[in-house]
Design a protein. Structure first.
Length: 555
């Protein structure tokens, strides 16, 4: 039998006759196709190859035939492998189909012969080794192999590793579980095997579970909505989901502990908590940063600070404080500014400037210590900020004029690129450079009158400066600002005049000097800035539940 090969127009496909009119493309495939049709024992056909230079078919040369035989052998081996692979895939598909049918037939039912499961929060369950418990939560992580499914469950109080095996692992319902689905898991709390680690040192050996709410899979899955390494603005759009992450939720837990600790210190110091209004008709920190609103036809503002109202409480309640939102309309995109932040403010009466400084030190030192002693927040701070060193008093006291000298000695320029001079505001970059270089908490005191608020008291020994303070912390900068307040009506009126403020709306504030004045002072702490320092966060935006800043007011 004769087969013909013509490379330019031939076709290598089974069923091609291999005639002069319908030749093969290659000699190797011609031999391979012949053997597939007639068997390996059939007599080898004669091969004729078209020679374009002679414009005719000629019998294949010995060397070309040898090469064709080798190529045919390779094609035959490849065909065998393909057939085996096809058979394997068919078997796998059959096995998978059988498993799916079996999985669909598995019914997840609670074994009523087991002890009744006691409901606990995950954080409580760690201490109930050997007991059957019922835990509600969200699937934080999910991993499956042939026989076992591992789930990390989260409920806000902690995490726990959960193990499903047997029918639970094989059930179709389990295969359809997704990240962030809410479930109720029943099982026995067991210590993790020696050499292994897990949250709380335990795991839950699951014997039954219920699905509360299935989260989407595919394009709308949680990992597609919250992708690792996504642009920060996109993550802020999805803040409601990003909060479920381990880092942000940890910061929020430390935040809660910090506010508890601050209130604990205030209780120990016998300060009374009050709740001043957020809608006001007066300014505290300058009119350019006020959020205006129409209040029933009158002009009003969102408060910049509750300080003025706290001062009115002194004569009635003694030393007072509040934990309240403050608002600043600053179009600033620095990493330490927010348009809305949680303001911890206090006012104290019948004290000196030195006593005010000592009080601020005590608040910061003791509050941080209480956070570190907290069984939940303490380990989280050490996890987020392994190198954190708790502050110890007394803090370094540095006068403004000496800070100016320090900056000039270290060749740090002001915002105009010139050496600092008395009266310059020390901008964030220079302040941070100084604070980080010195490397300890600093009470920066006695600022010039011109760069501080109208209500701040002048120093008796130098009327150019005020009894004012900024608390500076390494890595974050200013976290607290405060001062002694003007006691006399006349001096206060001069302050209004200097700032161009109409005192008419401040009649109730002025009355504090008229009806029994006293030496008093206060301060405000930015909760988010303290958290950025505690938790080693680059920006205060990471320390706010839903950060608000210029251009961001959603979700």
């Amino acid at each position: 039998m004769s087969l013909y090969v013509k490379e330019s127009v031939g076709v290598d496909e089974h069923g091609v006759p291999g005639s002069k009119e319908e030749p093969y493309k290659t000699a190797a495939f011609a031999l391979f196709a012949f053997q597939q049709q007639n068997g390996e024992d059939a007599a080898e056909p004669k091969l004729f190859v078209f020679k374009s230079e002679d414009n005719e078919y000629q019998e294949i040369s010995a060397s070309a035939l040898k090469k064709a035989r080798k190529g045919s052998s390779g094609l035959a081996k490849k065909a065998v492998k393909q057939k085996e692979e096809q058979a394997r895939r068919q078997q796998q598909e059959a096995d998978n189909a059988a498993k799916q049918i079996a999985a669909l037939n598995i019914r997840i039912e609670e074994d009523k012969s087991l002890p009744e499961a006691q409901k606990f929060k995950i954080g409580q369950s760690y201490g109930h080794v050997g007991q059957r418990v019922k835990l509600y939560g969200w699937i934080h992580r999910l991993r499956a192999n042939k026989k076992v499914v591992f789930v990390v469950l989260r409920d806000g109080t902690g995490f726990i590793q959960c193990v499903m095996s047997g029918d639970l692992a094989a059930a179709q319902q389990t295969a359809e579980l997704t990240l962030e689905s809410s479930v109720a898991l029943y099982g026995r709390v067991a210590k993790v095997p020696e050499g292994k680690s897990a949250p709380g040192g335990v795991e839950l050996v699951v014997d039954y579970y219920e699905v509360i709410g299935v989260a989407p899979s595919g394009d709308d899955s949680f990992t597609n909505r919250i992708a690792e390494g996504a642009d920060p603005s996109l993550l802020l759009d999805q803040r409601h989901l990003a909060l479920r992450g381990e880092t942000i939720s940890a910061v929020m837990k430390v935040r809660a502990a910090l506010l508890r600790a601050v209130r604990r210190v205030y209780e120990e110091e016998q300060l009374v908590e009050v709740t001043p209004p957020c809608m006001v008709q007066t300014q505290v920190e300058g009119g350019s940063t006020l959020f205006k609103l129409d209040y029933y036809g009158e002009e009003a503002y969102l408060t910049q600070s509750s300080q003025l109202y706290l001062e009115t409480c002194l004569a009635a309640l003694g030393d007072v404080y509040c934990v309240q939102e403050s608002f600043r309309a600053e179009k600033s995109h620095t990493r330490r500014h927010l348009s809305e932040y949680t303001h911890i403010e206090a006012e104290l009466c019948f004290l000196s400037f030195d006593e005010l400084l000592a009080h601020i030190e005590k608040l910061l030192v003791n509050a941080v210590q209480y956070v570190l002693e907290d069984p939940v927040a303490g380990p989280l701070v050490r996890q987020l900020n392994p190198g954190f060193q708790a502050p110890k008093g007394p803090f370094m006291r540095l006068e403004y004029k000496d800070a100016i000298q320090w900056l000039n000695d270290h060749d740090i320029k002001n915002e105009q690129g010139e050496p600092f001079k008395f009266g310059d505001d020390i901008a964030e970059a220079a302040e941070r450079k100084m604070t980080d270089t010195i490397g300890v908490p600093i009470l920066l005191i006695r600022f010039p009158v011109e760069i501080k608020s109208f209500y701040m008291k002048r120093c008796q020994d130098d009327p150019r400066v005020t009894e004012s303070v900024d608390v500076l912390m390494p890595t974050v900068g200013e976290i607290t600002g405060g001062s002694m307040r003007i006691e006399g009506t006349e001096e206060l009126m001069q302050g209004f005049k200097r700032e161009g403020i109409d005192p008419k709306a401040y009649y109730w504030f002025i009355d504090q000097r008229k009806y029994g004045t006293c030496p008093h002072g206060g301060y405000g702490l930015g909760t988010e800035r303290i958290l950025a320092w505690l938790c080693n966060r680059f920006t205060v935006r990471d320390c706010s539940l839903y950060p608000r800043f210029s251009g961001r007011c959603k979700p």
